[in-house]
Design a protein around this ligand. Sequence first.
Ligand code: AMP
Ligand code: ZN
Length: 480
Amino acid sequence: MAIRLFNTYSRALEEFSPLDPAGREVKMYTCGPTVYSHAHLGNFRAYVFEDLLQRHLGLRGFNVRRVMNITDVDDKTIRGSSEAGVPLAEFTAPFKKAFFDDLDTLRIKRADSFPEATDPRELAKMIEMIGTLMERGLAYQAEDKSVYFRINKFPDYGKLAHFDLAELRSTGRVKSDEYDKEHVGDFALWKAWDEEDGAVKWESPWGDGRPGWHIECSAMATQLLGEQLDIHCGGVDNIFPHHEAEIAQTEGCTGKKFVRYWLHCAHLMVEGQKMAKSLGNFYTLRDVIGKGYSGREVRYALMRVHYRAPLNFTWEGMEEARVALGRIDEWVRRLNAETDSKDNPEAPSSKLQAPEKHQAPMAGPDFHDALDDDLNISGALGVLFETIRETNRRIDGGEIAAGEAKAWLDWWGRVDQVLGISGEEAALPEEIAGLAEARVQARLAKEWRKSDELRDELAARGWEARDTKDGQKITRRGGA
Ligand code: AMP
Ligand code: ZN
């Protein structure tokens, strides 16, 4: 069965085929975090959806080459660093680190590269692209010395967001130097230095300044993946202006179609509103882990609703995720027990189809077939839980032999390559491992007070330290 994906550009489901003539390599670019604070669960909804997509394509035999950028210079990072009174790089460093720790906690596969906007190689590429756009008359330097993209010169502008240029109004993300611009929708490619930028500036043919947010992604995507991509993802809020601008800039430079499939996930909501830093209605991953939930529970809670449907974040939703994972764990435990048991008949009569070919036993689509249909996760999880119900019933009736139990475990292994939620927690996040190690050292030195303090600190972060005859054990509080 072919994979079909909903392309925001055409607003239609399209059969997926990559640019690679051999049909194997998939070039995928995903907009990453702006590192001025900890990413919130809304951001992670986008990253978990992208991870599910990458894993599913991987399971289908594609070799996914993925890039995710780190925006480490923009208005917010500059404001943060000046408020904290530290250089920009020093201000963003802990948030970069926290971001990678959070990816691990959520079992999100690492991209092949995470380019940073302030990397001199990336800045050089941005400046080169802006130069090309200037040469082609697609950009101009305004009186305020900033360089802007001239949207009137790019006839396709608005095709991704599906709107008419005439209706365009200014948006909050572009600095509102409107009097200097030819058109209210022209967006900054290079922002001229001003006092608020402090020490943050780079040289360019147009004077000192810094790149606009949109050109960062065009440059990093083409630098690392080439002029044409298969898939570009983000949340729906990225469609306009960010992705619209990426198309204009990149195609303005290359004259080639930039992206074949644009995929956008709907928002994670809180009581009817988008979860966002600016609204103050957000939770970071650390907040939720601090309440005793595990990374895989959060992952499941973010993943279980179709990526194009809005998802409400609630604590009941977190409890449901816990119950669902508990059912899966218990099922896997039972299958393992059946595999181990010796007195099981070798070939019990079975109404069910054997799962050797990774087929679900009931009529309807297989788990992976469901995902082929624009990542229909509800259908896929439906297959999984129906399988669990049915195999549990047959285990109760003594109908499953060791061989069949083993085959179901293999089936589950394949399903979990995509879901990434199986029982064991991944390695301890670095920060937790550090605290745990410090506590071991404190105990060896008989510094009991310090050891207790470290235990409290671990507890505050959602981890329990227990001292057993085999040494210290660290587990999630309340989690699996
Ligand atoms: P930002 O750091 O704001 O550029 O966002 C990083 C990524 O998270 C982008 O792909 C956004 O579209 C996405 N995002 C931000 N807020 C939400 C939300 N509430 N739900 C889903 N995705 C979001
Ligand atoms: Zn981007």
